[in-house]
Design a binder for this molecule. Structure first.
Ligand code: GLA
Length: 389
């Protein structure tokens, strides 16, 4: 693959300026947006995200000693560590993402005692904190690059697990496998239908173009962090619910089991469980509806997902609810908050001609409510991680 991008040109120059020699290659990986299937991944369930046309691009150069040095366009200076010292406890701040991947590759078979050090410069146009997986984009770009350079020959499913392990252990966020899978397995104009238990995946054409639809991102700019609070407590509720129901995970609970669950669980745990169980079903229904009727027919499922997250899982915020309701009132055919929740972005599947009207209405509604100014932009489904040069 030889695709020169403006980001690729900039990252090469930044690498040379920072490390005073030439990189041996350029790799990139996209952020992702989740069309549907929220908080289902760590419950062994189903998700349907796609990789987006916003990417993290890295330049990598080799060293002949044991040093690893990383730098980026979004931080000052160079973080330096020896391969001998790579462990989750020694990694902090943004550099835990790339360095965590180097460590995690060691947990998946790379012999870190035999490889040599490297230097990486990272640039990205994936917005941070919008729920578009800027972190998985870094992890996946570094994972494919080191997989190539160290000759590891790990497949993409394994590289997704590497990124997840880095995120869980080095960054300390108890997230699932969705983001890295989308970033590594995505294809242009298609969604990645992933079974998070078997890790079987299928790439399914979205057909947005043919249907005259666009996926509008409404970034509320309310920042979230998955390393703290709400995300972990939702995950704990799901695990408690599965244990109380005597199943390994909520994947094994079906919509038909919910009456029994209502009798066994306290109200809050029941509502957490009901979200996950019905969301798994909505992913299956969305994929089937998309195949049989096309994307204009999936709107109601997207909104049902939003209501379930707002009322049962309780991870929405007022800004996300307003974004969703406003977009729908102006003519979006479906809308929902996307990602982990507690802030970040909503998506609105919108007829092409209505995009300006939805944008104007959302900005006006936010101003009237006294909320901060949101950022709105359209994303397209793009190819997953690759070597560019
Ligand atoms: C974050 C996590 C994912 C997933 C979503 C919620 O994006 O990183 O693993 O759990 O939240 O669906």
């Amino acid at each position: 693959m030889t695709t020169s991008t403006p980001l690729g040109t900039a990252v090469r120059a930044d690498f040379e300026r920072t490390f005073s020699h030439q990189p041996i290659g350029i790799w990139s990986a996209p952020g992702r947006v989740n069309l549907i299937g929220e908080h289902t991944d760590y419950n062994d369930g189903f998700v349907f995200p796609f990789a987006i046309n916003r990417r993290t691009v890295i330049a990598l150069g080799e060293r002949d000693d044991r040093l690893v040095r990383v730098s980026s366009s979004f931080s000052d200076g160079v973080v330096e560590i020896s391969l001998d010292d790579l462990s989750p406890e020694n990694l902090h701040g943004w550099s835990a993402y790339p360095l965590g991947v180097a460590w995690a590759l060691g947990q998946f078979g790379a012999n870190l005692a035999r490889v040599t050090g490297f230097e990486i410069y990272i640039d990205s146009d994936v917005p941070v904190g919008a729920g578009l997986s800027s972190s998985a984009a870094i992890e996946s770009a570094v994972a494919v690059a080191l997989n190539d350079v160290w000759g590891l020959d790990l497949d993409r499913r394994t590289l997704a697990k590497v990124g997840q392990l880095a995120e869980n252990r080095a960054v300390g966020a108890p997230t699932g496998i969705m983001d890295q899978s989308a970033s590594l397995l995505g294809q242009a104009d298609a969604g990645v239908f992933l079974d998070c238990r078997s890790l079987e995946s299928e790439v399914i054409p979205l057909g947005f173009d043919e249907a005259g639809l666009e996926l509008l991102i409404i970034d509320t700019k309310v920042s979230h962090s998955h390393a703290t609070g709400g995300y972990a407590s939702r995950r704990a509720s799901c695990e408690a619910g599965a244990a109380a129901l005597g199943t390994e995970s909520l994947r094994d609970v079906s919509v038909a089991d919910l009456d029994r669950a209502a009798e066994l669980l306290d109200d809050e745990t029941f509502r957490r469980v009901r979200h996950v169980v019905t969301e798994n079903q909505r992913v299956l229904d969305t994929v089937r509806t998309l195949r049989e009727q096309g994307p204009t027919a999936i709107g109601a499922l997207l909104y049902a997902s939003h209501e379930s997250m707002r009322d049962d899982f309780e991870i929405s915020v007022a800004e996300l609810d307003l974004a969703v309701e406003t977009a729908l009132s102006v003519g979006a055919i479906g809308a929902r908050m996307t990602g982990g929740g507690f802030g970040g972005a909503a998506i609105a599947l919108t007829p092409h001609a209505l995009i300006p009207a939805v944008e104007t209405a959302v900005i006006a509604a936010f101003a009237a409510a006294g909320f901060g100014i949101p950022d709105l932009f359209v994303v397209r489904a793009a190819d997953g991680a690759m070597r560019n040069e």
